[in-house]
Design a protein around this ligand. Sequence first.
Ligand SMILES: [Zn+2]
Length: 183
Amino acid sequence: MSFRIGHGFDLHRMEPDLPLIVGGLRLESDFGCAAHSDGDVVYHAVTDAILGALGEDDIGQLFPDKDPQWKAADSRVFVREAVKRMLVADYRVNNIDITLILQRPRISPHKRAIRAALADLLVCDIDQVNLKGKTNEHVDAIGESKAIACHAVVLLERVEAEEPEPRIEPPEDEEPEAEGEEP
Ligand SMILES: [Zn+2]
């Protein structure tokens, strides 16, 4: 069995009175991400982790932030493109581990919903998707809610061609079929 590992990292600046979209959910917050797309650090880190595992161009190369078509884009588009490339290359997600770093709001009430939505996008089960939330202990830009960051590590597993069904030989001592009555 062949595996490939990938890491993705993303960070966005936060500013007052912008929407905060994290892992596909809009969270209640006074601060949101200043970004060209919807600024979802989780989906961006996940996209880069998968692309990295495949050895492909990263999210910034595939979806340049100078391209107006990605303005305010729903970041599910980026994850779906990475997943499409993964499936074409005959890989599937073995597991993904995500660390989201933000000072507030608390992420724990939303963990399960974020994992479930990601599992759908990644064509895997929720127990293959892990999410950890951390604060930055009020230190630095993230701790002051001026930024939000996310790391994702993914392990991809090659989809092996199906083994042919083994031929079932009849047992050697089986009685031959009755040939019908002797005349
Ligand atoms: Zn981003």
